[in-house]
Design a binder for this molecule. Structure first.
Ligand code: PLP
Length: 377
């Protein structure tokens, strides 16, 4: 019997949605550059503008608020670079932020302050309020949902504090968009990062959404594309796929709740075997589970599940594929569990059986490891 192929690593990259694949292929049939005035150029421009409206609709903004970029990393960098240009002299980042935010903030030359997380992985707004009362206007970076734990952050509450202090709130919504409803205005964000490949679009395309209080300053120079906010010929096919994926993700949002039910059933099984679910006391994305079982190293879990045909991630994997102890789990005060964190993340094409099979494979591997440890002892 061939081993199953079960993909539960959507937070790394979601499989491409059929609507997105079709849109990409259709766009490839169009030869033009969206900046050209001839018929083919206008056709390419139409593709880009249709996608802009689709992405805008996903987060409840007008199309003109959306700037297409190369992905979530660039969207975060464009926001942070723009804030630095606007004269903000300090950046407050939550300890749960993705490296795309943390490293860009560190490289900005501005003072960087880290907002701690509580035991459930939620950013401490009492700390933020105090930090904002200090001298100097701040850019605050608070993600909407964490990539490792799925924990949803109190962004709207943070926005009220940031507004009162005349700051700028940047929200990395790369993991949240397409998994939960995201309303840019209701959240009170000034800027927001999105990425196509996390919601079933192609890799290498994303967007920065900007409200009226934020001035976006291009970080690379050249042509006047994206209304002067981002130089370089647009990735027309990628943008087409992003738009189609955004529309499909918005349509499929109600079905995401099923992922939560199946995720929780898996959580109960692994907890009964002795694992801990991280961030369990907080609101979380419905399709993300971060678990840890002492003595069962992240990398060993990933390898054992892979051998059983189940693809998941360690809590944190860097681009070299090496597994580091999860710094998000450490920031939650569970450094003891950080080397053992495992992330299981489903999405639009995941079935109940996928979650059950993942549980079967995990429990089998865990009991093998336990038996081996008992032999050694
Ligand atoms: N922000 C978060 C929260 C992410 O999870 C990721 C990707 O893992 C990124 C940003 C970077 O997005 P991209 O891969 O599109 O550059």
């Amino acid at each position: 019997m061939s081993k199953p192929s079960i993909y539960l690593d959507y937070n790394a990259t979601a499989p491409i949605r059929p609507e997105a694949r079709d849109a990409v292929l259709r766009a490839f049939e169009t030869a033009g550059n969206p900046s050209s005035v001839h018929a083919s150029g206008r056709a390419a421009r139409d593709i880009v503008e249709t996608a802009r409206a689709q992405v805008a609709a996903l987060v409840g903004v007008v199309a003109g608020s959306v700037t297409f970029v190369s992905g979530g990393t660039e969207a975060n960098a464009l926001a942070i670079g723009s804030a630095a240009f606007a004269g903000f002299n300090r950046i407050i980042v939550s300890e749960g932020e993705h490296d795309a935010v943390l490293e860009t903030a560190a490289a900005s030359g501005l003072q960087v302050l880290k907002m701690p997380l509580d035991a459930d992985g939620v950013a401490r707004l009492d700390w933020l309020e105090e930090a904002l009362s200090d001298e100097g206007r701040a850019l605050v970076c608070l993600m909407l949902a964490n990539n490792e734990t799925g924990v949803i952050q109190p962004v709207a509450e943070a926005a009220a504090l940031v507004r009162a202090a005349d700051g700028w709130l940047h929200v990395d919504a790369v993991q949240a968009a397409g998994k939960i409803a995201v309303d840019f205005s209701a959240l009170g964000a000034d800027t927001m990062a999105l990425s196509a490949h996390k919601l079933g679009g192609p890799q290498g395309v994303g967007a920065l959404v900007a409200g009226t209080r934020a001035t976006i300053v291009r970080q690379q120079h050249g042509g006047g594309q994206e209304r002067g906010r981002r130089a370089g010929t647009e990735n027309v096919a990628g943008i087409a796929g992003f738009g189609a994926a955004a529309e499909a993700a918005a349509r499929d949002l109600p079905a995401m709740a099923n992922q939560g039910t199946w995720r929780d059933a898996l959580a109960e099984r692994v907890k009964a075997a002795g694992a801990v679910v991280l961030g369990e006391g907080a609101a979380r994305l419905p399709q993300t589970l971060c678990l840890a079982a002492e003595g069962f190293a992240s990398q060993i879990q990933v390898m054992n599940l892979d051998l059983a045909g189940v693809m998941v991630s360690a809590g944190s994997a860097c681009s070299s594929g090496k597994v580091k102890a999860s710094r998000v789990v450490e920031a939650m005060g569970r450094a003891d569990l950080a080397p053992f964190a495992l992330r299981v993340s489903g999405g639009w094409a995941s079935s109940e059986q996928d979650w059950i099979s993942c549980g079967d494979a995990w429990l089998a591997a865990y009991s093998r490891i336990g038996a081996r440890r008992r032999e050694v002892a």
